[in-house]
Design a protein around this ligand. Structure first.
Ligand SMILES: Nc1ncnc2c1ncn2[C@@H]1O[C@H](COP(=O)(O)OP(=O)(O)OP(=O)(O)O)[C@@H](O)[C@H]1O
Length: 637
């Protein structure tokens, strides 16, 4: 297991002759506890400001603790004046009133200060967390995304981080303040009347214990609730992202119903959580009111017994109110903290995941020594999310340098899977894929994908930016001239120049403002700009009409020259000129050879050709001379 997580250990295991570990288990997402270690990493840079905020919050709370005592003294002055009618009430009370006004002012300033600081810290932390989570998600294995919905992941980046940030700010502002006030007031109260304070001290821990028990249940509910919200977001995201397909099948109603059903589940779960929180708050209110009533009752009897003055009782009452308000705040805060901790757990959960296939690491080969010879040696493979289902079984294939090899065969036979293994989106369960004799697992994946392999799929995905930036996606440091050259090579320059904005044309989300053929040619330019040694064409022309296909095919032919090319095709007419055609069935190679050789053999390929009724219109140019003699270089079947 450890070997998976660390490619270096894996390599050492190979060197020491240990058996290669079975391929990538599904990255494990544990429903773990809140990750305090990660939280600390985000908090650490802000410790100084946080310390300042805490000091200000504590200051505000301590100022607040003094207010009941001064109010009690003011009441004493009122009582004295009412009783004795001696002197001026205004002059007697001036000092106390000024003192109180000053405290109110200081409290306001301190509150302003710590709230500004907390807002600053909260926003910075949220940005850091989103960046770290996004970066971690981008690094996860492709297998991770097979098992996840985009909506769920996006929700972690948005809602969960937001929820966590709000809770964090509330805990420091309200929570810290309420706790300090409760503590400060309890000290004041114990000075005024130890007996009354004892009453409060007995009741408080009992209530806290009950609260903790209820809290763990609420936390579970909150987690379920947020997961359901993420599911609903996923449904909306999918429907909106595929709105053309939804419209084409007139499935708006169905999508609305799916979303409504998910929302209904959200509502039920949220209401259950709401009821739980309401019950918790209701019970705590009753308990705290009873506490105040009890305090008044016992305090009143102490005043009657002249063990307490009227002013002291007033101070006691105001301080008890502060304690009560703070406790109520804490109970409201509790729900938020429960939600915040769940949200934080979910955010840190994905952040702590380490991919089985790292983005980089291992060695790269100098370009001048790179030949582009690829082999699949006895490769077996199951997708991690379907472990019992072997897609490739002892699959062996050789792509000689500079040659074109076509993979054909039944749908679902594993052709795209072969391409995915070559790109190292997954690692084989058994056997190995090599480039120039090097196991792909020993090579740097970022070098492999960024510089060696170019991939062009059936449905090219473009980004909603300019044509220039889309082509440059293949090589960020490419000059304008390199972009133009790649576009020319891909037969795209002409149509790009015909647009009023030329290379600065915005292509719309996923390239919706372009035709299929235009998108495909941009994808070819994007793949060619990095001058890949190995090119994978996964049914690159199958979605195009015959006119576009011709232009795109021409570009592909040009792009294929001198490169090792793996062509995956359904339409057999497009691969007749390949140096070798490999027929796949049930995850195995069952035939291989040139078009003519396979036709003569009269096996599966000939049968496929017959089915596609391509015997007659075989009109494209005959394969180059070099193709006529495949000899025994081709894969064993
Ligand atoms: N991400 C995935 N997770 C699990 N199973 C998958 C995944 N992708 C493909 N498969 C399964 O692997 C098998 C081979 O799929 P693959 O896409 O490689 O076939 P293919 O030959 O390219 O098919 P087609 O010609 O229809 O594109 C299929 O049974 C498919 O259901």
């Amino acid at each position: 297991m450890l070997l998976y997580k660390c490619p270096r250990l894996y390599l050492r295991a190979l060197c020491e002759g240990q058996e290669a570990p079975p391929a990538h288990p599904m990255p494990h997402v544990s429903h773990s506890q809140f990750n305090w270690k990660l939280f600390w990493q985000f908090l650490r840079p802000h410790l100084l400001l946080l310390g300042a905020a805490i000091v200000l919050a504590l200051g505000a709370a301590l100022v607040n603790v003094q207010i009941p005592l001064l109010l009690g003294q003011l009441v004493e002055v009122v009582a004295k004046y009412t009783r004795d009618h001696v002197g001026s009430f205004v002059s007697e009370s001036r000092n106390l009133s000024t003192h109180l006004l000053l405290l109110y002012g200081i409290q306001g300033l301190l509150t302003f200060g710590y709230l500004v600081l907390l807002s600053h810290i909260g926003e910075r932390m949220a940005v850091d967390m989103r960046r770290a989570l996004f970066s971690s998600l981008l690094r996860q294995d492709i297998a991770f995304f097979d098992a996840k919905r985009t909506g769920q992941l996006v929700s972690r980046l948005t809602t969960d981080v937001q929820e966590f940030k709000s809770s964090f700010k509330l805990v420091i502002s309200q929570g810290l303040r309420s706790c300090t006030q409760v503590a400060g007031c309890l000290v004041s109260l114990s000075l005024l009347s130890p007996r009354l304070t004892l009453l409060l001290l007995i009741a408080t821990p009992t209530l806290m214990g009950v609260g903790t028990l209820m809290g763990s249940g609420l936390r579970k509910l909150s987690r379920l609730c947020q997961e359901q919200v993420a599911r609903a977001t996923g449904v909306a995201d999918e429907a909106l992202g595929n709105v053309r397909t939804v419209r084409a099948f007139a499935m708006e109603q169905r999508e609305e119903e799916r979303y409504r059903a998910e929302l209904e589940c959200c509502r039920l779960k949220a209401e259950e959580l709401g009821r739980g929180i309401a019950l918790f708050q209701g019970l705590s209110n009753i308990a705290f009111n009873c506490m105040v009533l009890g305090t008044l009752f016992v305090g009143g009897s102490l005043v009657a017994g002249q063990q307490l003055t009227g002013g002291d009782l007033m101070s006691f009452l105001v301080a008890s109110q502060t304690v009560q308000r703070s406790m109520a705040n804490l109970s409201v805060l509790f729900g938020q903290v429960v939600r915040g901790l769940s949200a934080g757990t979910r955010v840190f959960e994905y952040m702590a995941l380490s991919p089985c296939i790292p983005l980089s690491g291992g060695h790269s080969l100098p370009r001048e020594q790179l030949h582009g010879s690829v082999t699949f040696q006895d490769v077996s493979f199951s997708y991690p999310c379907r472990p019992g289902f072997e897609v490739l079984k002892d699959f062996t294939l050789m792509l000689p340098p500079g040659k074109i090899v076509a993979l054909v065969g039944q749908s679902g036979g594993g052709k795209t899977t072969v391409a995915s293994l070559l790109e190292r989106f997954y690692d084989p369960t058994a056997g190995m894929v090599t480039l120039d004799g090097h196991d792909l697992r020993t090579l740097d994946p970022s070098w492999l994908r960024g510089q060696v392999i170019g991939f062009i799929s059936q449905e090219p995905v473009l980004f909603g930016t300019t044509i220039m930036e889309n082509i440059r996606f293949g090589k960020l440091e490419a000059s304008d001239e390199e972009v133009y050259a790649a576009a020319r090579e891909a037969n795209a320059h002409e149509f790009i120049c015909s647009f009023p904005d030329g290379y600065d044309t915005i292509v719309g989300e996923r390239g919706t403002t372009l035709s299929g053929g235009q998108k495909q040619r941009l994808a070819i330019a994007r793949a060619l700009i990095k001058q890949p040694t190995v090119l994978i064409l996964d049914e690159a022309t199958s979605a195009l009409d015959s006119e576009s296909e011709q232009v795109v095919q021409e570009a592909l032919n040009r792009a294929s020259a001198g490169r090792t090319v793996l062509v995956i095709a359904h339409r057999l007419s497009t691969v007749r000129a390949a140096h070798c055609i490999v027929v796949m069935a049930n995850g195995r190679v069952c035939e291989a050879g040139t078009h003519e050789k396979l036709l003569r053999k009269g096996g599966l390929y000939a049968e496929l050709i017959r089915r596609q009724a391509l015997d007659a219109p075989l009109s494209s140019a005959p394969p180059p001379e070099t193709l006529r003699d495949p000899q025994d270089r081709w894969p064993r079947t």
